[in-house]
Design a protein around this ligand. Structure first.
Ligand SMILES: Cc1cc2nc3c(=O)[nH]c(=O)nc-3n(C[C@H](O)[C@H](O)[C@H](O)COP(=O)(O)OP(=O)(O)OC[C@H]3O[C@@H](n4cnc5c(N)ncnc54)[C@H](O)[C@@H]3O)c2cc1C
Length: 474
């Protein structure tokens, strides 16, 4: 470290803190790029840049790689995906990575009949279409078409430039649904589906952002579909396996338990670190979700536009709940584990069993206010609520799992929620162009910056590729 810079740091109070070097005597090593975050976006960018012979370091706050993908083994043959799990139509980069990693996919289990639970009664049905009544179904179909038409009218790259972007960004998707869809049942169902995809109240997300997200996914319908949709396949061993594969390839350049709390542009390089260590780099890529970027102090301060984006993004709320049983007992009743509940705490369930195992797993995803209320309960109370709901769908046996597990990334201080983040109304149309824009030597990645499959693992990988190319071209 040069004397002048040391003096500048002393003025900031930083030089008095213990500086940690990763290998002896390399404090002054200058990296081409430091990447903050070892989720799929950070690891993808790191691999691409390493292949281009760049000197890379990845700093990850947590004690594991994978970020919002997190797979936990249960015994020898089973696993739970606590975070992201499905890949499907159009997720080409993820399928490529899975194949490269030598991992296998398996189809989402759909053999058998599904349950629709309404007014405390179960209706069993075959196929994709729940028995909601012809009129409501037609109205829902029409409503989804209207949503998809509005979405596909936007440009993928710059939806904020649409002629009607500002009015669409100033109303919530909830208000748009109220104004556009006359059938009450269809309105309720579409709002529920939208909240399931956005993980936010339909009153908080603007119509513009909801349409842009649907367009980035292919369509609103596609995000909900199993066959030929986003929920088609799972990754044997768990989705985090892709990150483990990338980590193995990157070896020593990934440093765990290294939360970054400052990024400081000095005269000749960036200084990146926290009170215990610092590293030097020519460029930095930030992949942390924007709400947790608030924990990083930038010197000089980021431009106003970026700061507004950081301050106005809110992560979604979802809890993922797994109950593991000795057998998938519902299959013996001809059921496929899929339950849709219209007015209960559990919104939907899926059979998440693993083909390599005899055990059965029922998983549910609970969103927004229902999730927030459940998070206020004790672990034991929440478990009981969930198991009671599973028993309402699948019978008494559901009350006795071998194992129950739930987790919400809302409680993870380095991620802050899921599946992804959305801006407050009125922000996307005004500042959208700054989402992925670099400032000086600071570049941005992460699924939220992707114009395709934003919020998905595919979006994360695409953003990692995009930022790496951006750096290589600069
Ligand atoms: C419950 C759940 C279900 C999901 N289901 C699906 C699905 O089925 N299919 C699908 O495609 N997607 C799904 N997703 C979304 C998908 O997992 C994410 O879009 C994707 O993994 C995001 O990757 P990322 O690299 O952009 O961000 P992240 O995975 O969030 O990575 C960012 C990393 O930055 C680290 N970090 C943050 N701050 C700092 C700091 N200051 N210093 C150092 N490191 C820091 C974090 O610890 C994290 O590891 C789901 C997500 C969740 C949580």
């Amino acid at each position: 470290m040069q004397r002048k810079e040391f003096l500048k740091l002393t003025a900031l109070g930083l030089a008095s803190l213990p500086f940690y070097s990763f290998t002896k005597n390399n404090e002054d090593e200058l990296h081409d790029v430091v990447i903050v975050g070892a989720g799929l976006s950070g690891l993808t960018a790191a691999r691409r840049l390493t292949k281009a012979n760049k000197k890379i370091l990845v700093l990850e706050a947590q004690d594991r790689v994978g970020g919002r993908t997190w797979s936990q083994p249960i015994g020898e043959n089973d696993f739970m995906d606590v975070g992201g799990q499905w890949i499907g139509k159009g997720h080409d980069s993820m399928y490529r990575l899975v194949a490269e990693a030598g991992l296998k996919t398996f189809p989402t289990y759909t053999n058998g009949k599904s349950i629709l639970r309404k007014n405390s009664e179960n209706k069993i049905y075959s196929g994709d279409t729940p028995p909601l009544g012809l009129f409501a179904l037609l109205a829902t179909q029409k409503a989804m078409n209207r949503l998809d038409n509005a979405s596909s009218a936007l440009s993928l790259e710059s939806p904020w430039q649409a002629p009607n972007a500002i009015p669409l960004d100033n109303i919530s998707i909830g208000s748009w649904i109220d104004e556009t869809i006359t059938n009450k049942n269809a309105r309720t169902l579409i709002k529920r589906m939208a909240e399931g995809e956005l993980c936010q109240s339909v009153e908080n997300v603007s119509a513009l952002q909801a349409f842009a997200a649907a367009n980035a996914t292919g369509s609103f319908k596609q995000a909900e579909k199993v066959e030929d949709g986003a929920l088609r396949d799972r990754i044997l061993g768990g989705a985090q396996g892709v990150s483990h594969f990338l980590h193995r390839q990157l070896k020593d350049v990934v440093k765990l338990n290294c939360p970054v709390s400052f990024v400081k542009q000095l005269e000749h390089y960036l200084l990146i670190g926290n009170e215990s260590f610092s590293v030097r780099a020519k460029k930095v890529i930030i992949t942390a979700p924007l709400p947790v970027v608030k924990r990083i102090h930038f010197t000089p301060a980021l431009p106003k536009e970026k700061q507004i984006l950081i301050d106005s993004m809110e992560m979604g709320t979802v809890i993922k709940c797994h109950a593991v049983y000795a057998k998938p007992f519902w299959r013996a009743q001809g059921l496929n584990g899929s339950g849709t509940c219209l007015d209960e705490v559990v919104e939907l369930t899926v059979d998440n069993s693993v083909p390599s195992s005899e055990k059965g797993i029922i998983t549910s995803l609970i969103h927004v206010d229902r999730a927030k209320n459940l998070l206020k309960l004790s672990d034991q109370e929440r478990k009981q609520v969930l198991l009671n709901a599973y028993a309402d769908l699948f019978g008494e046996q559901a009350l006795h799992p071998l194992l129950y597990h739930d987790y919400s990334f809302t409680n993870n201080p380095w991620i802050g929620g899921a599946y992804s983040g959305f801006f407050k109304k009125g922000i996307f149309s005004r500042y959208g162009e700054h989402i992925a824009k670099p400032y000086g030597n600071i570049h941005w990645a992460g699924t939220e910056t992707s114009s395709l499959f934003k919020g998905f693992m595919e979006g994360a990988v695409l953003s990692g590729e995009r930022v790496a190319m951006e750096l290589l071209a600069s």
